[in-house]
Design a protein around this ligand. Structure first.
Ligand code: MSP
Length: 508
């Protein structure tokens, strides 16, 4: 069983390419695990409480709940259009979540890891985080560069410092806990510098979850938010469900929220005596001309607009443009390094990889079959090419390894290597001028290659891969990646539907 999560996104604005990137990565990994026969649970959602949302709603003269309903439904609609197959979408304003947060808060109080105190210091409403004076940049938030609030209020503190040694021991014993390694080292050195107890309730924020035993306090939005990963899978409400899914195998996010997920969250889980997630998978940022793409900076790209623009330029169905965007995000997105986004780079990927390499391979093959009147998989005449098999098997093995190392980008690169191999294969064997037996043998191998590539592409480009597989008369229901990628499974004499619309046409 495999449980995977994205961060739950703030409802201070609509989804953009940065939040889309994280969600697509998690979707690709979830789809991969499903195809590998694992029971998979993919969770995403929206983080709806806190002072920032309270202020936005005030400025719009609507209630915070109305504002959250509006933006949360835009997130759900956008993910649906992008082919994100989540199993649950959790909202922190839902009753099922509120109840669990309240229970957990009381149980942390009973365990003696929360205590009442007085907080004095700075707070950034955009990151919903506390800062020391030394951390501020010219008295502004170091992340958002905006004015910070000065707070002086009674609060509950979480005894984070008590977990410092336990956390360091855990990191030492679980070197894959944070991926990649540079972020693993970063969190170790953060914890080694010393953890200070952290304020986990507010008395001046009304848009939050009230503490049952002290209703003048609402739960700090980060503690509230982190607990979504528990409340969505039945913690304290459905024991069987919870023990089936817990703990998450992978939690995906960008580097901005590493500390909350790799140091605060595990300490809370330790306090609750719960097992920790398998991997905190951290990626870098999408930039726009050198600065981070973010709602607060206002330099964001809307994924649905990009899809629409590509469809206008190419004439392809929006689902195909969606696949193209998903492909681009994994191929050029900031998996291990920041990555500058431009519309040109997106279009260029479509032209080079999808139109030239992938689309053209299918067009050339189907085109030739149409010309010579073949509408079935030709017979290889028992001459199965063992080099072809070895080469493709090598990349399939690497593809799986890359997924296990949590690098969808590298897994995709293995598919690209197969595509290069297939295009060279067709150039070398020149089926258009070969005599019939040789031509049919080559076409058999290329069709098998197209089948394998489409299967491996399913997690990345689900719509187009299914279309191609269907044209090969191949059923994708309950498809199992473990068995269906063994070579030479395509059967001679299977009818093929050659009249596929050009999937990835050349752009003018
Ligand atoms: N609500 C918190 C998360 C709570 S999880 C218990 C939050 N929300 S957020 O809306 O600000 O989302 C932050 C996340 O969005 C990042 O960690 C990352 O996953 C994604 N990204 C936002 N901007 C991004 C880029 N410019 N580039 C890549 N990912 C980006 O933090």
């Amino acid at each position: 069983m495999f449980y995977i999560t994205t961060p739950i996104y703030y409802v201070n604005a609509r989804p953009h390419l940065g939040t889309t990137y994280t969600t697509v990565i998690a979707d690709v990994i979830a789809r991969y695990y499903r195809l590998m026969g694992e029971d998979t649970f993919f969770l995403t959602g929206t983080d709806e409480h806190g002072i920032n949302i309270q202020r936005i709603a005030e400025s719009k003269q609507i209630t915070p709940q109305q504002h959250c309903d509006e933006i949360s439904s835009i997130f759900q609609e956008t993910w649906r259009k992008l082919g994100i197959q989540y199993d649950d979408f959790i909202r922190t304003s839902e009753d099922r979540h509120i109840k669990i947060v309240q229970k957990v808060f009381e149980s942390l109080l009973n365990k003696g890891v929360l205590y009442k105190g007085f907080y004095k210091g700075w707070y950034c409403p955009h990151c919903e985080s506390y800062y020391n004076f030394e951390e501020l940049e010219e008295a502004n938030c170091p992340v958002h560069q905006n004015k910070v609030d000065y707070l002086e209020e009674e609060t509950y503190f979480f005894s984070w410092s008590k977990y410092q040694e336990k956390l360091l021991e855990y990191y030492a014993n679980h070197p894959g806990f944070v991926v990649p390694e540079n972020r693993y080292r970063e969190i170790i050195s953060f914890v080694e510098r010393g953890l200070k107890d952290i304020s986990v309730s507010r008395t001046s924020v009304s848009w939050g979850i009230p503490v049952v035993s002290s209703p003048e306090h609402t739960v700090y939005v980060w503690l509230d938010a982190l607990l979504n990963y528990l409340s969505a899978v039945g913690f304290n409400s459905d024991g069987a469900l919870f023990s089936f899914w817990w703990p998450p195998g992978v939690q995906v996010m960008a580097k901005d929220i590493l500390r909350q997920h790799a140091a605060l969250w595990p300490a809370v889980l330790m306090a609750l005596d719960l097992p920790l997630p398998g991997h905190i998978m951290v990626h870098e940022y999408f930039l726009v001309t050198g600065s981070r793409m973010s709602k607060t900076r206002g330099n964001v790209f809307d994924p649905l607009v990009l899809i629409d623009e590509l469809s206008k330029l190419s004439g392809v169905d929006p689902q195909i443009s969606t696949d193209a965007l998903r492909y681009f995000l994994i191929k050029d997105g900031p998996e291990r390094n920041d990555s500058d986004f431009s519309f040109e780079s997106f279009i260029n990927r479509f032209k080079v990889d999808l139109a030239n390499d992938w689309g053209n391979l299918i067009n050339r093959t189907f085109g030739l079959m149409l010309r010579v009147g073949l509408n079935k998989v030709p017979d290889p005449d028992e001459l199965y090419d063992s080099e072809f098999k070895t080469e493709i098997q090598k990349y399939i093995k690497l593809y799986h390894q890359c997924f296990f190392q949590l690098s969808p980008k590298e897994a995709l690169n293995q598919i690209c290597a197969i595509l290069r191999f297939l295009n060279t294969y067709i150039d070398i064997h020149r089926p258009w001028s070969a005599e019939e037996k040789k031509r049919d043998n080559c076409l058999y191998h290329i069709l098998e290659g197209i089948r394998i590539v489409s299967i491996l592409m399913l997690p990345f480009m689900p719509f187009s891969s299914e279309l191609i597989l269907r044209s090969l008369n191949y059923c994708t229901d309950k498809l199992d990646l473990r068995t269906e990628t063994s070579l030479f499974k395509i059967k001679p004499h299977t009818p093929i539907f050659l009249n596929l619309p050009p999937l990835f046409p050349r752009l003018k």
